[in-house]
Unconditional design. Structure first.
Length: 455
């Protein structure tokens, strides 16, 4: 049987959400008014009808239930569902405000409806994902597939599904596309005998004529054909496909955060977070300023040239943690706790990372980001250009940050080996971006500050 339960899961989620929305509304009504018998005779019936119509409209616009086997994960499901709930809530509030009926309905019942709806639907999704994963791992609800190809790419496809039993794909053979041994009749017999759902074609091993023959074969037997180009080696650059009329164009992003959405989201997050820190952290700024002024003669702030995006130099701001004559001692990198240039209050500032706070000014100016690879001294740049030129040039494509995954895991880098190690960690950050990752790194940085583990 081909395409097992095709579309069934989408319909289950759709109708489950509709039922849970109505159930949550009625349950919230009972909690609020303690009598369901009067429900039919009042205006809440109309409100429930509107809520259902708005929900259908919302999920249609947002494509809430458009997912595949690969994208059917709890996080993905929860994310798309919560977007729909927020949009639904906003439309309902706008409706009540514009019709001037808000005062006729209970806010308690309104909020409880959404609370129950989110709780029940989230529980349903978690249960569905766990059950389906166990069901497929037990050998049920699987898709049959074969591969046209014999090389490394074909092996990677087979290993991918072999390691992910929960996706429900079962391997049924591999056929070489070499011209002298490739027979379309043999492939057709395999499709018919094995009742294949999917046929993967490794394009790097096939001719255009072979691809056309396989597609025609798939049409005859209702077998889905998946064409697999060999993108290995540059997919780490997050290649995307654009269609220019009828021609697919593969765009390889040569710099991270190259899309307008990513740039906008990251810059917006930087500005909002920096403003919050500068406003709420004003007492801390003043306390540190006073402590430096009282304990050590000289300026409170310290600025130094660092390498920024595209290698452009800029001045980074910090609270001064060393004596004013530190540059006359002939040392470049910090020597740790025993460094004679560091003031007593400076040791505390470095351990707690409070000396980095003025860098939020650099963020507001657009020279830095909250999260990103640390800006380096000129001699550190020259060191890394010799040790790892390609990797380091990739780091230069993004703004440096106040904190980074490399700074958290490695800390202060005073040797080539540590600089390269920190570089490797920071490269992980560039592979994908999300606000959630930035927030997580900020929480880890706060943990370092509270525990005094800064270096």
């Amino acid at each position: 049987m081909k395409n097992h339960y095709l579309g069934f899961l989408h319909k289950v989620h759709l109708w489950a959400d509709v039922l849970l929305l109505n159930f949550s509304f009625l349950l919230a009504y009972v909690f609020r008014f303690e009598d369901i018998s009067i429900f039919i005779d009042n205006q809440y019936v109309n409100l429930l009808l509107v809520a259902n119509l708005v929900w259908v409209f919302t999920i249609h616009i947002l494509n809430t239930y458009q997912f595949t086997r690969l994208s059917y994960h709890f996080n993905v499901q929860l994310g798309t569902f919560l977007k729909a709930v927020l949009a639904h809530g906003a439309v309902m509030m706008a409706f009540l405000y514009l019709t001037k009926q808000g005062e006729e309905y209970s806010r308690y019942q309104f909020l409880m409806t959404y609370g129950l709806f989110v709780t029940l639907s989230t529980t349903f999704r978690a249960t569905s994902v766990i059950f389906l994963k166990m069901y497929r791992q037990a050998g049920y609800n699987f898709n049959r597939f074969a591969i046209v190809g014999k090389g490394d790419l074909a092996s990677l496809i087979r290993e991918f599904y072999g390691e992910r039993k929960e996706l429900g794909y079962r391997y049924y053979g591999m056929l070489s596309p070499e011209q002298d041994i490739f027979h379309i009749d043999t492939l057709e017999e395999m499709i018919r005998e094995k009742q294949l759902d999917y046929l993967y074609c490794c394009l790097n091993e096939m001719t255009d004529d072979q691809v056309r023959q396989v597609i025609q074969l798939g049409e005859r037997h209702k077998t889905q054909i998946r064409l697999v180009p060999d993108f290995r080696g540059f997919m780490t650059n997050m290649a995307t496909i654009e269609y220019h009329d009828m021609y697919p164009i593969i765009q390889v992003n040569t710099k991270p955060f190259s899309s307008f959405n990513e740039q906008t989201v990251k810059r917006t997050f930087d500005l909002i977070f920096s403003c919050i820190v500068m406003i709420l952290g004003a007492p801390v700024f003043f306390f540190v300023w006073a402590a430096i002024k009282i304990t050590s003669p000289g300026p409170v702030f310290f600025k130094q040239q660092r390498s920024g995006r595209w290698g452009e130099m800029f001045y980074i701001y910090k609270f001064r943690s060393m004596y004013t004559n530190a540059d006359t001692m002939g040392l470049q990198h910090s020597q740790g706790d025993g460094d004679p240039r560091i003031t007593p209050i400076g040791r505390i500032l470095r351990k707690s990372r409070l000396d980095e706070l003025p860098q939020f000014i650099n963020v507001l100016k657009g020279e830095m980001s909250v999260v990103g690879p640390r800006p380096l001294y000129k001699y550190d740049v020259e060191m890394l250009m010799e040790a790892a030129p390609h990797d380091f040039q990739r780091l230069l494509t993004v703004k440096p940050g106040i904190t980074s995954i490399g700074q958290i895991n490695v800390g202060y880098a005073d040797t080539v080996a540590k600089n390269v190690e920190r570089l490797r960690y920071d490269l992980q950050y560039l592979k994908s971006y999300s606000v959630f990752d930035d927030v997580l790194l900020i929480f880890r940085t706060v943990q370092v500050m509270v525990l005094g583990r800064g270096q």
